[in-house]
Write a protein that binds this ligand. Structure first.
Ligand code: NAD
Length: 340
């Protein structure tokens, strides 16, 4: 049987991406929902033929412990709520996928990992691009040094935020602005293309063009990762500007680039040798099927909670660098989880 997935939080990402992707998955399917909205419950029940028993709200959530239809809980809530619902899903004995960024503090991320370990269940972060073939090619080219060791990386990802999801600029719910939301793709892309973790970071905030909208969070950040071999990654993220998303790596014997790079589809790749002839796939379906197979075959996931924790620590280092104007060492972070 296909493993049953329950989506927690039926906002834009669940509605627009994850539920449609779960119609295409081979190894898992949409089996349940958790929502605070009676109207959404009724609509999803009808659209996806969900039985009443598999429809929960945030109070009845814990009753999933008695529901064998639900194997995997997928937490798709505002960032600051991830920790509570991952811990409760662990206590209900479920495997868990948690959206990025994993948490809004290192302490929360550690608490989530501990709860999942105690439950003895699989735990992954919604890092969809690890399952996207253009990004897998960047990993291969960079990590295998196809053009020599990567010397310089660039990554840009941002959009003009129109306050359609106000929690994103509410620091208590988001943990931070575009760095937490969009910059994390630049960070991830540079790490897995370089195949290493940085030893230090420097950063600066962009000016707040709209001080009311960006009262609690940054409007944008430019930052640089420095690697042990002297190579660097220059990254930019913003809620104040529609950026064409890009991930580029240069080495002594050639270069590789994805542009656009971080969207749900339409990714295009080139190298110094020509166009990457790679098809786009349904990223979320590939990601969820991979996790379902990890559960079924008791294999480790490529994108575990420890990777999410590492990234929360690196994001905190970037914020600290921007706030202090200092170069911040990330050597302690690197020790936590050294796989890219
Ligand atoms: P959204 O605002 O559209 O959805 C959030 C949902 O949470 C809403 O249905 C809302 O009703 C519900 N919710 C429950 N309690 C809430 C509370 N106290 N305050 C506010 N909302 C509450 O947001 P989204 O864009 O779907 O993002 C949800 C999560 O998914 C975030 O962590 C985000 O970073 C992540 N995300 C990931 C990707 C990706 O490509 N992997 C893309 C988009 C969003």
């Amino acid at each position: 049987r296909k493993l049953g997935v329950a989506l927690v939080g039926l906002g834009k990402y669940s509605t627009g991406q994850l539920a449609p992707a779960l119609q295409q998955t081979q190894h898992c399917q949409l089996a349940g929902i958790v929502t605070g909205s009676l109207a959404k419950a009724a609509q999803w029940k009808q659209q996806y033929s969900l039985p009443d028993n598999n429809i929960y709200d945030y109070k009845t959530f814990d009753r999933m412990i008695d529901n064998p239809d639900i194997d995997i809980v997928y937490v798709v809530l505002p960032n600051a709520l991830h920790a509570e619902y991952v811990v409760r899903a662990a206590q209900a004995g479920k495997h868990v996928i948690c959206e990025k960024p994993m948490a809004t503090s290192v302490a929360d991320a550690q608490r989530m990992i501990a709860a999942m370990q105690k439950a003895g269940k699989k735990f992954s972060i919604g890092y969809r691009l690890h399952f996207e073939p253009h990004h897998r090619e960047m990993m291969r080219l960079g990590q295998q040094q196809a053009f020599g060791p990567v010397q310089h990386l660039w990554a840009d990802n941002g959009f003009k935020f129109n306050n359609d999801t106000p929690w994103r600029v509410n620091k208590g719910l988001s943990g931070g602005g575009p760095l937490m939301d969009m910059g994390i793709y630049c960070l991830q892309g540079c790490l897995y293309t370089k195949g290493q973790l940085p030893v230090s970071v420097t950063a600066s905030f962009i000016p707040k063009t709209d001080p009311v909208l960006f009262k609690e969070v940054e409007a944008g950040v430019n930052w640089q990762l420095q690697f042990a071999d002297g190579s660097v990654a220059d990254c930019r993220t913003s809620y104040a500007e529609n950026m064409s998303s890009r991930l580029r790596a240069e080495a002594s014997k050639g270069w590789a680039e994805l542009a656009p790079s971080f969207g749900y589809g339409g990714i295009e790749g080139r190298t110094s040798q020509g166009t990457m002839n790679i098809q786009n796939v349904n990223q979320q379906a590939a990601q969820m099927d991979d996790f379902a197979l990890c559960v079924r075959n008791n294999q480790p996931t490529r994108v575990p909670g420890e990777m999410g924790l590492r990234d929360v620590q690196l994001l905190e280092a970037i914020y600290r660098a921007a706030e202090t104007g200092q170069k911040i060492s990330t050597k302690d972070v690197v020790a936590v989880f050294d796989k890219v």
